[in-house]
Design a protein around this ligand. Structure first.
Ligand code: ATP
Length: 365
């Protein structure tokens, strides 16, 4: 398996820039997710790595070799689309063997590799069955088998679980990650589903409008979002935003909102303009009788051990994740307090986070 590196990668279709200046390294053995909303450039980035699309700028390396202009067939990479695409007239064995037949590999070697793939995927007993009668899960495994028999340097997967219902998706996520670990593979996985990315990835590139907005581990991206876009895209419910105006400077350790002094991680830069937004995850909000930051309970959503309580404030709605046993009444006036060390402050004009003690050590895209 090998490292994949893209440098300042660009792709334009006519005057439209689909991918702008993507820069990242997928380490050998890493499970790397390209995550973002529809149209943000994930598939185009993956297709360039695969060699199915020629970049209009930048470079791509596979291990030590530059492959930017190499055709797909010259790159030792397996591309997995939606996993259901099987050849209906062939049985399981022939489906898995197909890529090796295309390479004119000796029959004994094909047999050995197909049986090894089937063992890894636990489908040995259905090798001689037609694919037409298979369950969804077995069809996925056959399609994966076809990708792994080639023993490629890397796997590229584009929303491979897109066609599945939610429960089965979660199951297959676990299987895919386990398979990746067993093969010690390098995997680049495209998805718009944040839960899928958060549960599987070692590293995530969050894309928006053709740009990688942040590069980091799931925890980094969740705890220290680099922009309001990332903060809003990751997490369910997403991060709360509270707008305020202030002249913030490097060294500040508090902000004032509605007369409440709110402690924040020490700022490490001076804001360029006064329109700011405080970002706080629902689990870092609590109700406080003494806080001057006031609102009234607007709604509650029961989630088993926790509940999401929505509070209407002069700055919009703020959601708090509280223990289910906390009793709240609709319309009840409440004060809000935030966990200081977990707060992010954003420049509302650019959407970018202001660097602070919270971000020390974080990697930004
Ligand atoms: P989705 O999940 O919807 O596929 P994506 O993030 O994978 O979204 P891309 O498929 O990479 O997005 O597309 C990025 C942008 O580039 C989109 O606006 C798309 O319409 C545009 N695009 C992609 N391929 C072409 C093409 N061949 N010609 C023109 N525009 C294209």
């Amino acid at each position: 398996m090998a490292e994949i590196r893209v440098e300042n990668l660009e792709k334009s279709f006519g005057s439209f820039a689909a991918v702008r200046g993507a820069d990242f390294t997928v380490r050998d053995g890493e499970f790397f997710c390209l995550l973002g909303p529809s149209g943000c450039g994930k598939t185009t980035t993956l297709r360039m790595i695969a060699g199915l699309e020629l970049p209009t700028g930048g470079r791509i390396f596979l291990g030590a070799d530059e492959v930017t202009t190499q055709r797909a067939s010259q790159r030792d990479i397996a591309f997995v689309f939606q996993l259901f695409a099987l050849y209906p007239h062939m049985n399981v064995r022939a489906n898995i063997a197909f890529p090796l037949r295309c390479q004119s590999m000796p029959r004994a070697e094909i047999r050995r590799r197909v049986e090894e793939a089937a063992r890894i995927l636990r489908i040995s007993e259905i090798l001689d069955k037609p694919v037409s009668g298979l369950s969804g899960g077995d069809r996925q495994r056959v399609a994966l088998g076809r990708a792994i028999v080639r023993q490629p340097t890397a796997f590229l997967m584009d929303e491979p679980l897109g066609a599945l219902d939610a429960e089965f998706r979660r199951l297959m996520c676990g299987e895919l990650r386990a398979l990746h670990d067993r093969l010690e593979a390098t995997t680049v996985y495209v998805t718009h589903d944040q839960l899928e990315a958060m549960s599987m990835a070692d590293k995530i590139a969050v894309m928006n409008n053709g740009v990688v907005e942040q590069l980091g581990s799931p925890r980094e991206i969740y705890d220290r979002p680099a922009s309001m876009f990332v903060a809003d895209f990751i997490g369910s419910p997403p991060m709360n935003f509270v707008d305020f105006d202030a002249r913030l400077a490097s060294g500040d350790r508090a902000v004032r909102i509605d007369g409440a002094e709110i402690a924040i991680p020490e700022l490490r830069e001076t804001a360029r303009q006064p329109r700011c937004t405080l970002g706080v995850r629902p689990e870092h909000v609590r109700l406080s009788d003494t806080s001057p930051l006031r609102g009234s309970v607007y709604g509650t959503e029961y989630l088993g051990t926790t509940q999401i309580v929505t509070v209407a404030t002069g700055h919009g709605f703020v959601k708090a994740r509280l223990p289910s046993e906390t009793s709240v009444r609709l319309g009840e006036p409440v004060g809000l307090a935030f966990r200081p060390e977990k707060l992010s402050i954003f420049d509302r004009q650019s959407g970018r986070v202001l660097r602070s003690a919270l971000h020390d050590g974080a990697t930004h895209g």
